[in-house]
Ligand binder design. Structure first.
Ligand code: NAP
Length: 306
């Protein structure tokens, strides 16, 4: 029997684990792939306080994991299939049928890249279509690439891709970026970046060797055209990872978990932290704040209920 089980090992989950372990609660963190979450696939982080010159995403993730483990956080790899309630005790079942019991749960499962759902996207996934510039950028030395989206991820990762690519086309559906101003300024000043405004991709084409072009439509004129590219990096936002929860907690219309200011969900003893939670700002700095709050709230819940 655990006091706390944290599902998800990104900054929110690792911070929650740091707080609950340090509070001497028996805590297990279950992570599907690798700790660090999206930070692990981020080349460089420069807006997380305490690292004046910035820090690589993987290094920041490792530091967070080490710090939480120092206080006794247990980490296991597994994919959660189901969460059920037996009065106040919560049961977690993994895909391999391992079962755990716990007094409280902190959901920190983050979110997954949203697909464009256009022709060719699935066919060329891993052969030119990518959702992770840090993972795949180096395969495209000297090539032309397209990045889809106009948010922080699209523009930051587009900038990163200029390290390898000859030209990076940022294809955005409006004529104004959503990304932070400082990131926009860098992109506008980078001669390798070309913007394709008011345009959406309609199809990705290629051959046996991978992606060859992207077909786009101008939303103002209706004009269709294609750009020759060797890769397409898709950054049009994320979907929360909540499949295993079924209807256990209340969600907003976009399927993000609703919480109060203590990170409590609609189900007593179940908390949510980080990108999986409905909130206006999704950053590492806000994820760790959520994790700390959820950890302390779980501690209080256990004190009052067990
Ligand atoms: P985002 O901010 O939601 O931006 C998604 C972009 O994709 C928007 O420009 C959106 O266009 C476009 N888009 C959405 N659906 C589309 C579709 N079907 N077809 C074409 N374009 C589409 O997502 P994000 O950039 O991944 O960022 C997610 C969160 O993480 C944000 O809160 C962001 O600030 C944060 N983040 C922060 C940093 C950082 O601080 N360094 C880095 C990465 C991410 P519209 O603009 O027209 O809606």
């Amino acid at each position: 029997m655990y006091d706390v089980i944290i599902i998800g090992g990104g900054p929110a989950g690792l911070t929650a684990g740091l707080y609950t372990s340090r509070a001497r609660l028996k805590t297990l963190l279950i992570e599907k792939a690798f700790t660090g979450g999206q930070v692990m696939t981020t080349e460089w982080v420069e807006n997380y306080p305490g690292f004046e010159d910035g820090i690589s995403g993987p290094e920041l993730s490792q530091k967070m994991e080490k710090q939480a483990k120092k206080f006794g956080l247990e980490i296991t790899q597994g994919s959660v299939l189901d969460v059920s309630l037996d009065d106040k005790i919560k049961k977690i079942t993994l895909e391999d049928n391992t079962q755990y019991e716990t007094r409280s749960i902190i959901l920190a499962t983050g979110s997954n890249p949203r697909p464009l759902n256009i022709e060719g996207e699935d066919k060329y996934r891993g052969r030119g279509v990518s959702y992770c510039a840090t993972c795949d950028g180096a395969f495209f030395k000297g090539e032309k690439l397209a990045v889809i989206g106009g948010g922080d991820s699209a523009v930051e990762e587009g900038l990163f891709l200029t390290k390898f690519a000859e030209t990076v086309y940022i294809v955005h559906r409006r004529d104004r970026l959503r990304a932070a101003k400082v990131v926009q300024e860098r992109a506008f000043a980078n001669p390798k970046i070309k913007f394709v405004w008011n345009a959406v991709p309609e199809k990705i084409s290629g051959d046996d060797s991978g992606v060859k072009s992207i077909h786009i439509k101008n939303l103002l004129t209706g004009e269709q055209s294609s750009i020759d590219v060797g890769g397409v990096f898709i950054y049009i936002g994320y979907n929360p990872n909540i499949e295993f929860l079924k209807s256990l907690v209340d969600l907003n219309k976009n399927n993000y978990i609703l919480t109060d200011e203590n990170m409590s969900s609609s189900s007593p003893g179940i908390f949510a932290a980080g990108d999986v939670r409905a909130k206006p700002l999704k950053q590492i700095a806000t994820a760790v704040g959520d994790g700390a709050t959820a950890g302390v709230a779980a501690e209080k819940y256990i004190e009052e209920n067990f």
